[in-house]
Design a protein around this ligand. Structure first.
Ligand code: SF4
Ligand code: SF4
Ligand code: FES
Length: 903
C-alpha cells in the first residue's frame, strides 16, 4: 500500500489506482464525470481537479486532475484547497451553460449524477442568460430514449458502447463547437448492451424507454434485490415497484457476477410481469374462479391421490422442493427433456468430479487465453460475452506495463496496445458476434467442433486420446490453440448446452483437464439454458420422459405442472396426448401458454417480482431474489399455492412451512447439496428489518390521498428481512439484502462506491451468493475416450441446429412489450449454395420436416453455415419443443419434402 496525504491526513491507498479512485475508495466526496471504474480515465471533463504538492515544504502546488494522477507513495494533495474548489465549481458552471435545467421533467431527475455533482460543488444559479445550444433527438428503438440537450460531453457513452462493449453504431459527431452523441441516423441501437447507457451516462441523455411508458419518480420506487431470470448467468438486479406494478430493473452490483452491467434482455425483459398474458386469478376449466373455489378444487384433486409433479428450471429451488415434497420424491420429475437433463448432468459431473473449477464472471474477465467451444455467447449468455470482450485485453496489457503505463490510463493503454489481442479462439456452428475480437475462428457441425476440442486436448497432453483423420489445417489449428492456452497464466475453456451436444461438452472438459494435467490452473465455464437449470439438475435426475411413462402407467392420476410450458419441452403431439391421458391437470404459472390452456385448474404463480426464492447459476452459485411488490390479485408464490392446496386436502405435513425460512430449512435438512441454502441471505431474526423504500419516498399517505388520508398499515413480509416500509436504510444491510444503493449526496447509481470495500472491488461484507459446486480435493478423473466421427453432410437431409437470439430465444422476455418489437420472425437459415440447390431464395418459404413435425418457414441466407447444416431460430415457434440438433428434410414450399439428392 502507498501512504498518500489528503488535506494533510495520511491515508493508505492502492498505488495501482489513480488519485480519484483512491479518494473515492477512502470515502472522500470528489466530483467526477468522465471516469468510471470499469472504463478507466481519459481526463475529458476536468471535474476532479485537486491541488497536488511536491512535498511537505511546497505550499504553492499545482492543480492536477485526480483521475490522471497515480496514487503513488508520498503523494500530497488537497481536495479542500480553495482554488481546486473554485476550479471544480467553474467546470460545473461551464457544463451547465447549455444544460436545459429540465430536472423536474427529466427521467433521470432524482437519480442523476450531474445533479449530485452540481450540489456537491455548490453550483446554485445560472450566470448565463443567452440562448442555449439545442439538438435534435433521435429514435433509438423501443428500449433507450434520447434527449441530447442534456449532454455534458463526458464521452462515457461512446467509450462504453464502442470500446468496452464492441458496438459500432453509436458515435461522437463533431461540428465546430458542437459534439453530438448518437447514431448516424435514427434507428434501433444494435448493441445487446445498449441499456447500460442509461446508467453509464451521468445525465438524462440516455434513459430507460420502457420506464417512460409507466414512469414513476425514482425516489418513489419501492425496491428489492433480485436475480435476472432470463439466462443462466444470474446477474444481480434491483427491481423497482410503484402502485403495485413493476416499473423497471437496474443493475445491482456484484463484483463476482455482473459487475456494473446488464444485458438488454435482463434489463428490459421485466415487462413480461405486466404482460396482457399474465394470469392473475385462478382458472377452472378455462373460466375465472375465486381463490376459495380454486383451493377447494385443488384439495379435492389432491385427496384423490395418484399425483405426479413436474418441476421447472425457471422456478425457484424452494417451489421445486415444495412440489417434490407434496407429491413424494419418487413422483417428482425434472420438467426438461432427457437430452437436456443429460447435458446438465454431464456438466455438473464434470465440475464436481474433475479438476477444473467453474469461474466467476469476474474470473472470466481476467482470463488471458480463452477457448470457446460451441457457444454463441452474445445471444446465450450475454454478460459473459461482455466479460470476454475485456479478457482479450489481459495479455496485451503487458505491452502497456512494459511502457510503465498504468492500467487505468485508458486512452494511453489503447494507444500502446493498438489492435493487439490476447488469444480468444471461437469454434461454433455459425458466426458469432464475438468473432470480431477472436484470434481464431472455426465453424463446423457440433461433432466436428468436438473433434477439434479433443484434438486440442491431445495437443496439450499426448496421453489424452488422439483424433484420427483430421485435416492438416485442423491439426495446425488445434496445435495453435493448445499452445495459446498453455501460454496463458489464467486459461479458460467455455462451452455449454447450446449445441445440445454431449461430445462438445466432453471435449471442452477434456481441454480443461489436459491443461490442469499440464500444471495450469485452468477454469471451465459452462453456460446453462435457464435461470435455475443447475438448481433443478442438482435436485432431480429424472427427466420428462420418465414422467410421461409414469403417467402412461397411471392414466387416471393427476399431473401438477410447476411454472413450465411442456409444449416447449417435447413434441406438441406427444405432450398433448399425455395431458389428455390424465384425469386432472393442475398448472401453476405466470403467463398463459399451451399447457395452461390444457389444464383443468390454473393458479396464478408469482414471478420473481412477487416471490422470494433461490436460483443456482451456471457457476454453481446459489443466489436469492426477493419480493418487490404485493399483488392485489390472487397471485402468490408457487410454494404457497402448494402449501395451501395441501392444507385444503387435509394433509398436515407441508403445513409446517409457515414461512419461506421454514421451507429453506426443511430443504437444507432433506437434501445435503442444499445444506447452505438458508445462509444465502440472512433472516429477519439475524439482521432486523431493511427498508425497501428509500428515505426520500413520498409515502403511502401521499400515494393514496385520493382515497383516504389515513395511512394504511404496510403489508407484512413474513418471508424475509426486507420490509415494505422506510424502516432502515440500505447502509446497514448485508450485501445480499441491499435493495438499492444510496448514500447522502449520492442519489445516482454511482452511490455503489459507498458500498464497496474499494471502488470497483467486492462489496463490503462479501459479494452475494454461495457456491454449491467445487472440484473434489482428491482427484480420480479420467479422460473421455470416445471421439465422435467426423460429420458428413447427408444426401437426404440437413443437420438442423439452433440459432440463438438475445431477443426471442428466451421464453419470458419475449412477452415484454419493448423486447417483443425486436424479436425476429421465425426462419430457416441456409448456406446460399445449398439454397440454390434447393431452388429457394432469401425471403421465400421452405417446407421443413423434422422429428415428425412439418412446417413452413421463411428462408434466410447465411454464408457462415457449414455445408449440410441449416439453422432454426431457437425458441421461436414452430421450433419450440423440437429437440435439436436433428436431421430435417427441406423442400421449396408448394412441393413435398424431398431427398437432398433429388433437390
Ligand atoms: S450523452 Fe451522456 S455519456 Fe454521452 S457524452 Fe453526453 S453526458 Fe456523457
Ligand atoms: S446476461 Fe443473462 S442473467 Fe445477465 S442480465 Fe443478461 S439475461 Fe440476465
Ligand atoms: S473525472 Fe477526472 S477529468 Fe473527468
Amino acid at each position: 500500500m502507498a501512504t498518500i496525504y489528503i488535506d494533510n491526513e495520511a491515508r493508505q491507498a492502492n498505488p495501482k489506482q489513480n488519485l480519484l479512485h483512491a479518494c473515492l475508495s477512502l470515502g472522500y466526496d470528489l466530483p467526477y464525470f468522465c471516469w468510471h471504474p470499469a472504463l478507466g480515465s481519459v481526463g475529458a471533463c476536468r471535474q476532479c481537479a485537486v491541488r497536488q504538492f511536491r512535498d511537505e515544504q511546497d505550499t504553492a502546488g499545482k492543480l492536477v486532475m485526480a483521475c490522471m494522477t497515480p496514487a503513488a507513495d508520498g503523494t500530497r494533495i488537497s481536495i479542500a484547497d480553495p482554488e481546486a474548489v473554485g476550479f471544480r465549481a467553474a467546470v460545473i458552471q461551464g457544463l451547465m451553460l447549455n444544460h436545459p435545467h429540465d430536472c423536474p421533467v427529466c427521467d433521470e431527475g432524482g437519480e442523476c449524477h450531474l445533479q449530485d455533482m452540481t450540489v456537491m460543488t455548490g453550483h446554485r444559479s445560472r450566470a448565463y442568460s443567452f440562448g442555449k445550444r439545442t439538438f435534435r433527438n433521435q429514435y433509438l428503438g423501443p428500449l433507450v430514449n434520447h434527449e441530447m440537450n442534456r449532454c455534458i460531453q463526458c464521452q462515457r457513452c461512446v467509450r462504453f458502447y464502442r470500446e468496452y462493449a464492441g458496438g459500432s453504431d453509436l458515435n461522437a459527431f463533431h461540428l465546430r463547437d458542437s459534439i453530438y452523441f448518437g447514431r448516424h441516423e435514427d434507428g434501433v441501437l444494435e448493441s445487446e448492451f445498449s441499456g447500460n447507457l442509461v446508467e453509464v451516462c451521468p445525465t438524462g441523455v440516455f434513459t430507460d424507454a420502457t420506464l417512460k411508458q409507466h414512469y414513476a419518480r425514482k425516489w418513489d420506487l419501492q425496491m428489492a434485490p433480485s436475480i435476472c431470470v432470463h439466462c443462466g448467468l444470474g446477474c444481480n438486479t434491483s427491481a423497482g415497484e410503484r402502485y403495485g406494478t413493476l416499473r423497471r430493473i437496474v443493475n445491482r452490483y456484484n463484483h463476482e457476477v455482473n459487475g456494473y452491467f446488464l444485458c438488454d434482455r435482463g434489463r428490459f425483459g421485466y415487462e413480461f410481469v405486466e404482460s396482457n398474458q399474465r394470469i392473475r386469478y385462478p382458472l377452472l376449466n378455462g373460466k375465472a374462479a375465486t381463490k376459495v373455489e380454486a383451493l377447494e378444487c385443488f384439495g379435492t384433486i389432491l385427496r384423490e391421490g395418484n399425483v405426479i409433479g413436474i418441476g421447472s428450471p425457471r422456478a425457484s429451488l424452494e417451489s421445486n422442493f415444495a412440489l417434490r415434497t407434496l407429491v413424494g420424491d419418487d413422483r417428482f420429475f425434472a420438467g426438461i427433456s432427457d437430452h437436456e437433463l443429460q447435458l446438465l448432468s454431464t456438466m455438473l459431473r464434470i465440475l464436481r468430479e474433475g479438476p477444473a473449477r467453474s469461474p466467476s464472471l469476474d474470473e472470466v474477465e481476467h482470463s488471458d487465453a480463452v477457448f470457446v467451444l460451441g457457444e454463441d455467447l452474445t445471444n446465450v449468455a450475454p454478460i459473459m460475452a461482455l466479460r470476454l470482450r475485456q479478457s482479450v485485453r489481459q495479455a496485451p496489457m503487458q505491452i502497456a506495463a512494459k511502457l510503465h503505463i498504468p492500467e487505468w490510463l485508458d486512452q494511453s493503454v489503447r494507444e500502446a496496445v493498438q489492435d493487439a489481442k490476447g488469444p480468444l479462439c471461437i469454434a461454433s456452428p455459425y458466426a458469432t458476434k464475438l468473432d470480431d475480437i477472436a484470434t481464431a475462428t472455426y465453424r463446423a457441425a457440433p461433432d466436428d467442433l468436438a473433434r477439434l476440442g479433443f484434438a486440442v486436448a491431445h495437443a496439450i497432453d499426448s496421453s489424452a486420446p488422439e483424433v484420427t483423420g483430421l485435416s492438416p489445417e485442423l491439426e495446425k489449428m488445434a496445435a495453435e490453440i493448445a499452445s495459446a492456452l498453455l501460454g496463458g497464466q489464467h486459461p479458460l475453456v467455455v462451452s455449454g448446452a447450446s449445441c445440445r451436444s454431449q461430445s462438445v461438452i466432453e471435449a471442452a472438459a477434456q481441454v480443461a483437464w489436459a491443461l490442469c494435467k499440464a500444471g495450469r490452473t485452468a477454469a471451465l465455464s459452462f453456460t446453462t439454458p435457464e435461470c435455475n437449470s443447475f438448481g433443478l439438475a442438482l435436485m432431480e435426475q429424472r427427466p420428462l420422459s420418465e414422467a410421461f411413462r409414469a403417467i402412461e402407467r397411471e392414466p387416471a392420476g393427476t399431473l401438477i405442472v410447476l411454472e413450465n410450458d411442456l409444449f416447449h419441452r417435447g413434441p406438441a403431439s406427444t405432450v398433448a396426448s399425455l395431458l389428455r391421458g390424465v384425469r386432472h391437470v393442475v398448472v401453476l404459472d405466470h403467463l398463459e401458454n399451451a399447457t395452461t390452456e390444457a389444464a383443468e385448474l390454473v393458479v396464478p404463480a408469482g414471478t420473481f417480482a412477487e416471490s422470494d426464492g433461490t436460483l443456482v447459476n451456471n457457476e454453481g452459485r446459489a443466489q436469492r431474489f426477493f419480493q418487490v411488490l404485493v399483488p392485489d390479485t390472487d397471485v402468490q408464490e408457487s410454494w404457497r399455492w402448494l402449501r395451501e392446496g395441501s392444507l385444503a386436502a387435509g394433509f398436515k405435513a407441508e403445513a409446517q412451512w409457515q414461512s419461506f425460512d421454514d421451507l429453506t430449512t426443511a430443504m437444507a435438512a432433506k437434501m445435503t447439496v442444499f445444506a447452505v441454502i438458508p445462509q444465502v441471505a440472512p433472516s429477519r431474526k439475524a439482521v432486523g428489518k431493511i427498508a425497501r423504500e428509500p428515505n426520500r419516498y413520498s409515502g403511502r399517505t401521499a400515494m393514496l390521498a385520493n382515497i383516504s388520508v389515513h395511512e394504511p398499515k404496510p403489508p407484512d413480509d413474513p418471508d424475509s428481512a426486507l420490509a415494505f416500509s422506510m424502516e432502515s436504510g440500505p447502509e446497514s444491510a448485508p450485501p445480499s439484502l441491499i435493495p438499492f444503493f444510496w448514500a447522502p449526496g449520492w442519489n445516482s447509481v454511482q452511490a455503489v462506491n459507498k458500498f464497496q470495500s474499494e471502488v470497483g472491488g467486492p462489496l463490503r461484507g462479501g459479494d452475494p451468493g454461495i457456491r454449491l459446486i467445487e472440484p473434489p480435493s482428491a482427484q480420480s478423473w479420467q479422460y473421455y475416450s470416445t471421439v465422435p466421427e467426423a460429420f458428413r453432410p447427408q444426401l437426404d437431409g440437413w443437420l438442423l441446429v439452433p440459432i440463438f437470439h438475445i431477443f426471442g430465444s428466451e421464453e419470458l422476455s419475449r412477452h415484454a412489450q419493448g423486447i417483443s418489437q425486436l424479436v425476429p420472425r421465425p426462419y430457416l437459415a441456409l448456406h446460399p449454395v445449398e439454397a440454390s440447390l434447393l431452388g429457394v431464395k432469401a425471403g421465400e418459404q421452405i417446407n421443413v420436416s423434422v422429428e415428425g413435425s412439418q412446417f413452413e418457414l421463411e428462408v434466410m441466407l447465411r454464408a457462415d453455415l457449414p455445408r449440410g447444416v441449416a439453422g432454426l431460430a431457437a425458441g421461436l415457434p414452430p421450433v419450440e419443443g423440437i429437440t435439436l440438433p436433428a436431421i430435417g428434410r427441406l423442400a421449396a414450399a408448394k412441393t413435398a419434402p424431398s431427398a437432398r439428392g433429388a433437390a
